[in-house]
Design a binder for this molecule. Structure first.
Ligand code: NAG
Length: 335
């Protein structure tokens, strides 16, 4: 009798112990399944994500580019709305080259919304600038360095809506010197792919930076992998115009991060597309030693400059017929 009672006690204790654990485990399993089968509610993405809810609009968009024309190459320049000096310099230099090696090339600028006390006044100036040039595209997100990924995605949306009949786009920052002819030459080369093509200064095996004081800090909770997929640096990259639609197609599956070129790399990886190195390492220079020689300038496609004056000066020099490389004997090198 005594034996039987202590046995019952043990069974009771066992049940009391196990049932709550089972219940907790069960509700945990259910919770997990719920978050998979239902739409995950919107959660503030925090400082290392950007909000790209895919419902921004274009509030200025009367450029004829890709609408009444079919360029071979679109030059797309994301630029700060206030940086009219950079836009004017580009309009006077490489942005003015419209027919290159028989191909139509057109330049457009993309901006977001102005902030600050004088936003309205500046917006009016922007409107007037566009009335003169018809080369501005403006979307209704707040323009800031931190929002660059939104800008890039809006650029892709615009290209996908208007430029699918054009062949290539070059995304280029406003402080870069572009050698349009060298770029067109590369794109006309039969060895250059016409689809799934992306080139620029490709960074292979770029480590994810974990130092919180670094400008490009990325916590493990956002990207767990130790290195990024390969990506062409944001200064200037080329894409075939089938890619904007494909990237937009996979982007809802990829959480946006605020480093725009890295985000494109994550989308490309999902598509199973790898960027291509340019034929020469000297074609894209991100951090060159200035001043550049006429010889170097004759070989580049895109190179970072330190001022509007330097960019203008380089462009003028790169167009002079003697901007060629000589051999050590001083004779011009045979092409
Ligand atoms: C980015 O743009 C969104 C939409 O306009 C805005 O709400 C947000 O404040 C912007 N972020 C920054 C850091 O500018």
């Amino acid at each position: 009798m005594e034996n039987w009672r202590s046995h019952l006690k043990r069974i009771l204790i066992f049940i009391l112990g196990v049932v709550p654990i089972f219940l907790i485990y069960h509700s945990y399993l259910n919770y997990d399944r719920k978050s998979e089968s239902f739409d995950i509610p919107y959660v503030d993405p925090g400082p290392y994500h950007v909000a790209y809810p895919r419902n921004y609009k274009f509030i200025m968009d009367d450029t004829p580019t890709c609408k009444t024309t079919t360029p071979f190459l679109v030059l797309m320049v994301p630029v700060a709305p206030r940086d009219v000096a950079a836009r004017d310099a580009i309009r006077k230099t490489w942005g003015s080259e419209r027919l290159v090696l028989g191909q139509l090339v057109e330049t457009v600028f993309i901006v977001g919304l102005l902030g600050g006390a004088d936003a309205e006044q500046q917006q009016e100036k922007l409107r007037q600038e566009n009335q003169q040039h018809h080369d501005l595209i403006q979307s209704n997100f707040q323009d800031s360095y931190y929002n660059l990924t939104i800008k890039t995605m809006m650029m892709l949306e615009w290209l996908n809506a208007h430029c699918v009949k054009a062949s290539y786009v070059l995304k280029i920052d406003s402080d870069i010197l572009l050698h349009v002819q060298n770029l067109v030459k590369l794109l006309l080369d039969p060895k250059t792919a016409k689809q799934n093509y992306m080139t620029g200064l490709v960074w292979w095996h770029s480590p994810v930076l974990r130092d919180p004081s670094n400008k490009f800090y990325m916590p493990k909770e956002v990207i767990a992998e130790p290195e990024y997929p390969p990506y062409p640096l944001g200064m200037a990259y080329v894409m075939s115009l089938d890619l904007p639609g494909k990237i937009l197609g996979v982007s809802p599956q990829i959480k946006p991060v605020n480093i725009e070129d890295v985000y494109l790399a994550m989308c490309l990886k999902r598509l199973g597309i790898s960027p291509t190195d340019p034929p020469e390492k000297t074609m894209f220079l991100v951090d060159p030693k200035h001043p550049l020689s006429g010889c170097s300038l004759s070989k580049v496609i895109a190179v970072t400059t330190t001022s509007v004056q330097q960019m203008t000066g380089y462009w003028e020099r790169s167009r002079q017929p003697d901007a060629k490389c000589s051999t050590s004997s001083g004779l011009p090198k045979l092409e």
